[in-house]
Design a protein around this ligand. Structure first.
Ligand code: CA
Length: 245
C-alpha cells in the first residue's frame, strides 16, 4: 500500500494521477482537465508501461482504459492489485457490461463508460480520493466477529491475519461494521460508500462478493455480510464463528 501523510493529501498538487490511455486525443483532453483541476499527471499508452510507471511513480490514483495494446486493462488491474492498493478507475466501452464487471472483479474501485465527459471523470477522481482522505479522520478502530478494522493504519485483520482490501472494499466493510445488524439497500450503500447519487448497483454486488471472499470462512454461506432478500445487506456482528456470542 502507498503511504501518505494527511498533509500531503491536503494539497491537490501533491496528488499524482496515472492516466493509462492509448488514444492520444482522449489522453490529451483528460490530462488537460486533470492538470486544470490541480493534479499531477503521469501518462502511459500501453499496459506494460502502465505497470512500470505505476511502480516508479507510486500514483495516488490510476485511470485505466480497458482496451489497451499489449496487456489489456483488466490484466493491468489484476497485476497492480498484486502489489498496490492504489484506487483504480476503469474506463470501459459503452455497452460492455461484462468488461465492467470483470474490471471490478479484478479490483477496480470505480468505472466510467466511454464516451464520458472529462468533467465527470474529474469528479469521479475527486470522489475516490476524498474517500481515501477520509481514512485520516480520527475514527476509532472497530472490532466485531473476529475482524479488527483500523481506519488510522487502514488495515483489517481477521483472527490475527492481515487482509488486503482495496479502497472501496475497506470503505464498504468499515461502513457496515460501524452499523452492525442494520440493513442497507444497494442504493443506500452506493450513496454512502461511493458517494454517487446514481450508479450501477451491480458495483455494490461485486464489491460485496469480493469482500465475502476475503472475510468469510465460506463465501457461499456468508455469516458476516448477510443478504437480506429483497432489501440489501447487513453486517452480522455475531457471525463468523469468531464472535463473542
Ligand atoms: Ca483504448
Amino acid at each position: 500500500m502507498t503511504t501518505h501523510t494527511a498533509s500531503s493529501f491536503a494539497e491537490p498538487g501533491n496528488r499524482r494521477i496515472l492516466l493509462v490511455e492509448d488514444e492520444q486525443t482522449i489522453a490529451d483532453v483528460v490530462r488537460d482537465y486533470l492538470l486544470k483541476a490541480g493534479f499531477q499527471v503521469d501518462m502511459a499508452g500501453d499496459g506494460f508501461s502502465a505497470l512500470s510507471v505505476a511502480a516508479s511513480r507510486r500514483p495516488d490514483l490510476v485511470i485505466l482504459d480497458r482496451m489497451l495494446p499489449g496487456l489489456d486493462g483488466v490484466e493491468v488491474c489484476r497485476r497492480l492489485r498484486l502489489t498496490m492498493s492504489v484506487p483504480i478507475i476503469m474506463v470501459t466501452a459503452l455497452g460492455t457490461e461484462d468488461d465492467r464487471i470483470l474490471g471490478l472483479e479484478m479490483g477496480a474501485d470505480d468505472y466510467v463508460t466511454k464516451p464520458f465527459s472529462p468533467r465527470e471523470l474529474v469528479l469521479r477522481v475527486k470522489s475516490v480520493l476524498r474517500r481515501s482522505v477520509k481514512e485520516f479522520a480520527p475514527e476509532p478502530p472497530v472490532e466485531a466477529a473476529g475482524l479488527e478494522l483500523d481506519p488510522g493504519s487502514r488495515t483489517v485483520t481477521h483472527g490475527g491475519s492481515h487482509l488486503a482490501l482495496t479502497v472501496r472494499e475497506f470503505d464498504l466493510l468499515a461502513f457496515l461494521m460501524r452499523r452492525p445488524n442494520q440493513v442497507f439497500s444497494r442504493e443506500e450503500l452506493i450513496k454512502a460508500v461511493w458517494g454517487w447519487d446514481f450508479g450501477d448497483l451491480s458495483t455494490v454486488t461485486v464489491h460485496v462478493r469480493r469482500l465475502r471472499e476475503k472475510i468469510e470462512s465460506n463465501p457461499t454461506k456468508p455469516q458476516l455480510i448477510k443478504t437480506v432478500w429483497g432489501v440489501g445487506y447487513r453486517f452480522d456482528d455475531t457471525g463468523g464463528g469468531h464472535g463473542k456470542q
